[in-house]
Design a protein around this ligand. Structure first.
Ligand SMILES: *Cc1c(COP(=O)(O)O)cnc(C)c1O
Length: 471
């Protein structure tokens, strides 16, 4: 038999634990200092037959798990892109878990669907996009991009692909800059279009590394001449490696001339568009057919929350709606069933955390954080540029830049900079990751943790320069 436990008391205990954790997380090394297998070695190899007391479970949790976590809520997490969980939004996530609702249809939780409609619209307004955009909250940008690529496919095939499959049909072509995220490649794999039909267009040599639109036009013309069918263009704003940003307006104009569907991937950078002064980076976004932004990255909403905005929901719903009798809602007109807007049927109640976040911090509070991150990252880049043994590889695009330590005594600078990333992460004060740029290793720096302070950038400067000079 399982042991009874006091849910109320343990919920309080878990809340206290979370509050203590967030207060103290900045004193921990950002990346755990563990070797592979060391955590699993501490977990029972088989599940228990009899229930165990919560005291034991919780004690094991405290002892085993935190020391093996990479601390994404650490104020000096400067790697990848941040995955923020603003405390007010964490509260909403706890409440949503209490409902454990499956929000696939309006009738499976009317409040969840209706709050989602309104929250999508709040986000749209915050981003300065026209009210013609409607949308939903999905799990990840990868899923959203898959939906967009499927829409491109079905639209180009006059909606025959789902029924007839792709065999015997001409190759469908999708265009994107060579600097777009790997989730675009994967979307083509999953959609059955094939990697070879993702046409990667060369990019300009900075400062924004946008796709070469002459090359785009030429690629489309060449495909048409060869009997292939252009279907869509994926536009990148704030690419993952170095922040590459296409000329949205120009690409959308080409798409319009050519009759192609456009999907704009602003998974990271999109959150910054709540600040008017950064919107020049995606000027023309209102012309895109589909946009993805991850509020679970920079904005402060806990994983998972990916905003999918579309200008014509009918195209998406025609691509993805499937209604066996057991999913029909009879006698209710004008309702939205969000499972018809995505690949998955089942969906969490995601709108609640967006509501809590936007109300608790206000748009001004959210904008101020993003502005600080951008300003502080620019300042750090300037300081590193002034050091004789450092060079900036790519200038800041919003709060992301990349750099290298150019120690003349080191024969292999790539190996030296990889060693530097490892040494910095072992040091524990900050956490960074690397990328390759123009065939060279560069170290990425991105500011964006929800509660970071200017002093965290000071510590970053010290950690980077000290560790580099000690190697
Ligand atoms: C993070 C990121 C993605 C992937 O996001 P997921 O939500 O993890 O699928 C896609 N594109 C860009 C530009 C990103 O930064």
């Amino acid at each position: 038999m399982d042991k009874p436990f006091d849910f109320r008391a343990w919920s309080h205990r878990a809340s206290d634990w979370a509050a203590d954790y967030l207060e103290g997380v900045g004193d921990q090394p950002v990346r755990p200092q563990v070797v592979p297998g060391s955590i699993s070695a501490q977990i029972a190899t088989a599940p228990p037959e009899a229930g165990q007391p919560m005291e034991e479970i919780f004690a094991d949790f405290e002892q085993i798990i935190p020391q093996g976590m990479t601390h994404w809520q650490h104020p000096r997490f400067f790697a990848y892109f941040q995955s923020n969980a603003a405390p007010a939004a964490q509260l909403a996530e706890q409440l949503a878990t209490a409902f454990a609702s499956q929000c696939m249809l309006w009738q499976t939780s009317p409040a969840a669907t209706e709050l989602e409609i309104v929250m999508v619209d709040w986000l749209r307004q915050a981003l300065g996009l026209p009210e013609t955009f409607k949308g939903s909250l999905q799990d990840t940008a990868s899923s959203v991009t898959l939906c967009a690529v499927l829409t491109m496919r079905e639209r180009a095939l006059n909606f025959t692909g789902n029924k007839e499959g792709l065999s015997g049909k001409p190759p469908l072509r999708i265009y994107a800059s060579g600097r777009t995220h790997s989730s675009i490649d994967k979307a083509l794999w999953v959609a059955g279009l094939g990697q070879d039909n993702l046409v990667k267009i060369p990019t300009a040599p900075g400062p924004l590394y946008e796709m070469d639109t002459d090359a785009l036009r030429a690629a489309i013309a060449e495909d048409r001449a060869a009997g292939r069918v252009p279907a869509g263009i994926v536009i990148c704003v704030g690419g993952t490696s170095i922040g590459a940003t296409d000329n949205v307006k120009e690409v959308c104009a080409i798409a319009k001339e050519e009759g192609l569907y456009t999907h704009l991937d602003a998974a990271w950078a999109g959150s910054a568009m709540i600040c008017e002064e950064y919107r020049h980076l995606w000027e023309g976004a209102e012309e895109a057919d589909s946009i993805v932004i991850n509020p679970h990255k920079w904005l402060g909403v806990p994983m998972e929350c990916s905003l999918h905005l579309v200008r014509e929901p009918e195209l998406l719903v025609r691509t993805l709606a499937i209604q066996p009798e057991y999913l029909k809602t009879h006698g209710k007109d004008g309702i939205v069933n969000f499972s018809e807007w995505s690949v998955q049927l089942g969906r969490r109640f995601r709108a609640l955390k967006v509501w809590f976040l936007m109300r608790c911090y206000g748009l001004e509070g959210l904008r101020q954080r993003i502005r600080n991150h951008v300003t502080w990252a620019e300042q750090l880049a300037e300081r590193l540029a002034q050091e004789p043994d450092f060079e900036i590889v790519t200038d800041p695009i919003l709060s992301l830049f990349s750099f290298r330590h150019v120690d003349a005594s080191k024969p292999d600078l790539d190996a030296h900079n990889i060693a530097l990333v490892n040494a910095i992460n072992d040091d524990g004060r900050i956490y960074l990751t690397q990328t390759t740029h123009e065939g060279q290793i560069a170290i990425r720096f991105v500011a964006g943790q929800f509660d970071m302070a200017e002093s965290d950038l000071e510590i970053a400067f010290e950690a980077i320069t000290e560790v580099a000079r000690g190697l």
